[in-house]
Design a protein around this ligand. Structure first.
Ligand SMILES: [Mn+2]
Length: 422
């Protein structure tokens, strides 16, 4: 995407934008500081979100999907050029094994991108794989299967080192489908021992992010099923191990913002996988179902990070983990990043002094007023202004559509391409 195209689009919309921005900026204190923080805030794009998602029932490609890691990087580069908020990509091994790491790193740098966490995969059997993960990987009763899964994770770290990543993200599907299938303590201990061996292979400046999920693909128990189990593992492993929160990995009604608050308090929050859901792990566009919950989570993040003097942009990992079946993946990712930045901006507007006082006085109605006053502020012109200042588009999706980018991608890559992923 040539910069002049974005500039021309911005010039056409500038007057209208300035009117809206001037109004909001006049209403809030410290607008400049909010803009600076918004400009610094980036969210990593997962390599598997650039193709159309599917379910076990089917997959309906929208065409022009990236056919290679290089094309995935090009797509993230386009997203970043439009929103100036997606300056990194998170790779999944083995779907995205870099054949030539220096040239991949170089290509990413040309788009202003670097590599976020690398993700291992022991939830599927790969072609030619010696032993099966049908009954789990790091928790498996057979030491040889565990050894294979450990070796895979160490291999993923090596790929990450070559690309300049700083974290290994581990999500295990290990669990059981029926009562009696598994000894819970045994499964936990074996998982811990396996993770310890992987942990020993982490470079000094690396982290291990341990993701949890309550169910699916197993339907009776999951060995790392909730934040407590992840936290227990991370605590036993050491300082480099942290708990990763994926918004879709909770049962209905779970108070995710409270989990976030306590993990931050303990210095054990690795970061986020953002998505939204109506029923369970739906992987819907961030903010599409419950934007208020997203705001409440960001409110705790901002408050908790400030309490520990952490940098919002770099203190923990920020990543989208979504996969959608009916939208253009690039448009969906632009929407997700926008929703995250809106929630972040709203959280920055919360009057903390007044909220603390209301809490101290048990003034419940006042506390709610303070939070909802921030939530109900239309911060979209602030987010747009931050994007404009960074060289992005006032309306990224409009540019994507005006330029008929998907049509060009289909012409170049074909109608029937399928990106590696789920
Ligand atoms: Mn996830």
């Amino acid at each position: 995407m040539e910069q002049y195209i974005i500039d021309e689009h911005n010039n056409r919309q500038l007057k209208q934008h300035q009117g809206k921005f001037g109004f909001v900026a006049g209403e809030i204190p410290k607008a400049e500081e909010v803009l600076r923080k918004l400009e610094a805030f980036n969210i990593a794009i997962p390599s598997w979100a650039l193709g159309t998602g599917g379910t076990r029932f089917g997959r309906f490609s929208g065409g022009g999907e990236p056919r290679s890691l290089e094309e995935k990087i090009e797509d993230v580069g386009l997203i970043h050029a439009l929103n100036r908020s997606s300056n990194s990509i998170s790779l999944h091994i083995p779907w995205d094994i870099p054949e030539n790491a220096p040239s991949i790193k170089n290509l990413a740098a040309q788009f202003g991108l670097h590599f976020d966490a690398v993700n291992s995969n022991t939830f599927q059997d790969q072609p030619g794989q010696k032993l099966s993960y049908k009954f789990g990987s790091l928790h498996h009763v057979d030491k040889a299967v565990r050894g294979q899964a450990i070796a895979h994770n160490i291999e993923v770290i090596k790929h990450g080192v070559a690309l300049g990543s700083k974290a290994l993200s581990v999500w295990l599907s290990d669990g059981s489908n029926f009562p009696g299938q598994l000894n819970f303590r045994g499964a936990f201990q074996r998982t811990l021992e396996s993770l310890q061996q992987i942990y020993e292979s982490l470079p000094a400046d690396w982290k291990m992010w341990i993701e949890y999920k309550p169910f699916e693909p197993n339907f009776y128990s999951t060995t790392i099923g909730d934040w407590g189990q992840s936290y227990l593992l991370a605590s036993k492993l050491g300082d480099k191990a942290l708990t990763l929160v994926d918004l879709g990995h909770h049962l209905h009604g779970t108070n995710i913002e409270q989990i976030v608050s306590l993990l931050l308090m303990e210095g054990k929050l690795a970061g986020f996988h953002f998505n939204d859901s109506k029923y369970s792990d739906d992987d819907l566009t961030v903010g599409s179902i419950n934007p208020y919950q997203l705001f409440l989570i960001f409110n705790e993040l901002v408050e908790g990070m400030d309490a520990r003097g952490m940098d919002h942009a770099t203190g923990i990992g920020w990543m989208i983990d979504a996969s959608h079946n009916v939208k253009d993946p690039i448009e969906d990712l632009l929407q997700s990043v926008e929703a995250i930045k809106i929630a972040y901006a709203q959280a920055l507007l919360v009057d903390k002094t007044a909220l603390t006082q209301a809490q101290q006085e048990n003034d419940v109605a006042k506390a709610q007023e303070i939070l909802q006053n921030a939530y109900r502020t239309d911060v979209r012109p602030l987010v747009a202004e931050a994007r404009l200042k960074a060289g992005g588009a006032l309306n990224p999706i409009s540019v994507f559509r005006e330029q008929e980018v998907r049509k060009q991608l289909i012409k170049k890559r074909g109608e029937k391409t399928v990106a590696t992923g789920l």
